[in-house]
Design a binder for this molecule. Structure first.
Ligand code: BG6
Length: 467
């Protein structure tokens, strides 16, 4: 059985749902400068906001003006928690402002109050792919050590303001994605002639230090805070039992565990240090940073899991997945966006993480991005989504019940349809709630319950027994 206080809920991020990109004093973020892509068409970052270009995150699903209606629907499904992020630029529009923007702070007061009214626990990602654009322009974002102070000031402001409303926090969304998509994840632009790895690992160190300092600060503000890390977990299989494939499998996972090792254990692994040496990297790491890393280890590991990946020692063509490309797995089916569905991979992820770290885990993203069709009678029969979620919940339960993993909650991604992070599309939908909006920004924004809405309500009511 799952624990009786299991945190069932759903997850979104401010930049993908709120809209209101320049309302009530909000500043420009990197997410506001991203165009629309598609399958095989990457999203581009423009230099600021250009006239005549469509930016889907500017309006998102206008959660900013619909939060009451949306949270009421989450409550109807019986959510115990709701994961969202706080847009840094709503609080500090340029990131380095002297004083916070009161209207931004008031908005999140209203969102959290609305959640608490229904007994829904807010779960807050402090930074989810929405770096203030001014910090990118003026400081090169996380290339600069100064970012640690800007981030901590933001943390202190929100920790103090919401200390009696929010208990669960996560410092950076998918921190390990900094090594894969530096600009989207951390606002870092890397030139073709630059040593990308040097820049990324230095920036990662500043984020890791900032995260650790934030954990310490948060616990000082409220000792009851539970402050976690958040990573993308890419379960890997070696393509064959050829030892070279298995070695490659380990190598593919290492850059991801690089982050969790520090955030959970409080120091870089010997493997990380050996890697710097091998690559000839020299990082700016002070003794004070090392002490901070030790003092700011996390209370839990939040992670996202959508698909698994295959590693091979051969030279082959790679196919898509969440954030990284991998080899096709002949045993799995892929989604319309090429992500290979694999519930067992989730059980393996839970086991690998728990075996390694022995601290509570929280699945804070999982789900199927798919095209939904509205039937003539207005229903949306998303059985494919129900199947996906059912299989993943079964796998997660097996990890808890049969393998002894300590899991505190499950928040499927995009519990209400939001703008896709990877493609900027609306038609890549994850929600239990449909939002009438298309890829050109047309639509009434009306909310409709999908078939999965009622299904998930029953799952929560039975604590995962009725699937
Ligand atoms: C995660 C991100 O990696 O994947 C989310 O944290 C994102 O922000 C989610 O939306 C799903 O990806 P996509 O590209 O389908 O939106």
């Amino acid at each position: 059985m799952l624990r009786s206080d299991f945190l069932w809920g759903g997850a979104v991020a401010a930049n993908q749902c709120e809209g209101a990109w320049n309302v009530d004093g909000k500043g420009l973020s990197t997410a506001d400068c991203m165009t629309v892509g598609g399958i095989g068409k990457v999203r581009e970052f423009t230099d600021g906001v250009l006239p005549g270009v469509y930016y889907p995150n500017h309006e998102g699903i206008d959660f900013y003006h619909h939060y009451q209606e949306d949270i009421a629907l989450f409550a109807e499904m019986g959510f115990k928690c709701f994961r969202t992020s706080i847009a840094w630029t709503r609080i500090y529009p340029d990131g380095d402002d002297e004083i916070p923007n009161e209207k931004g702070l008031a908005f999140y007061d209203a969102v959290f109050d609305e959640c608490l009214k229904y007994g829904i626990e807010p779960v807050v990602t402090i930074s989810h792919y929405e770096t203030p654009y001014a910090l990118v322009k003026n400081y090169g974002s996380w290339r600069s050590r100064k970012m640690i102070d800007f981030y901590l000031k933001f943390c202190e402001t929100i920790f103090r303001r919401y200390k009696n409303k929010v208990k669960y926090w996560m410092t950076f969304n998918e921190i390990n994605v900094l090594r894969l998509h530096s600009e989207m994840s951390a606002g870092i632009r890397i030139g073709k002639d630059e040593n990308a790895e040097q820049i990324q690992l230095q920036a990662a160190h500043y984020q890791l230090t900032a995260s650790a300092l934030a954990v310490k600060l948060g616990h000082a503000v409220n000792p009851n805070f539970k402050i976690g890390m958040m990573m993308l977990y890419p379960t890997f299989y070696g393509e064959t039992c050829n030892p070279a494939d298995q070695l490659e499998c380990m190598r593919q996972l290492d850059p991801h565990l690089y982050f969790s090792d520090v955030q959970v254990r409080g120091s870089y692994s010997s493997k990380a240090k050996a890697y710097w040496k091998r690559q000839g990297l020299t990082l700016d790491i002070t003794p004070e940073d090392e002490a901070a890393l030790q003092a700011g280890t996390v209370d839990y590991i939040g992670f996202s899991y959508y698909n698994s990946n295959v590693a091979t020692a051969r030279e082959v063509e790679l196919i898509g997945g969440n954030m990284l490309n991998a080899v096709k797995n002949p045993y799995l089916k892929a989604s319309d966006w090429g992500w290979q569905t694999d519930p067992i991979g989730l059980r393996i992820a839970l086991n690998q993480l728990y075996d390694r770290y022995q601290i509570p885990l929280f699945i804070v993203e999982n789900g199927l991005g798919a095209v939904d069709t509205i039937e003539p009678d207005g229903t949306i029969l998303d059985d494919y989504r129900i199947d996906y979620l059912r299989q993943h919940i079964e796998a997660m339960k097996a990890a808890v019940e049969e393998d002894g993993v300590d899991l505190i909650g499950y928040t499927p991604w995009g519990c209400i349809d939001v703008v896709s992070c990877g493609t900027g599309q609306m038609k890549k939908r994850y929600g239990f709630i449909y939002v009438d909006r298309d890829d050109e920004g047309q639509g009434s924004l009306k909310r409709l319950k999908k078939k999965s809405f009622d299904w998930y309500r029953k799952v929560i009511a039975s604590n995962g027994e009725e699937l």
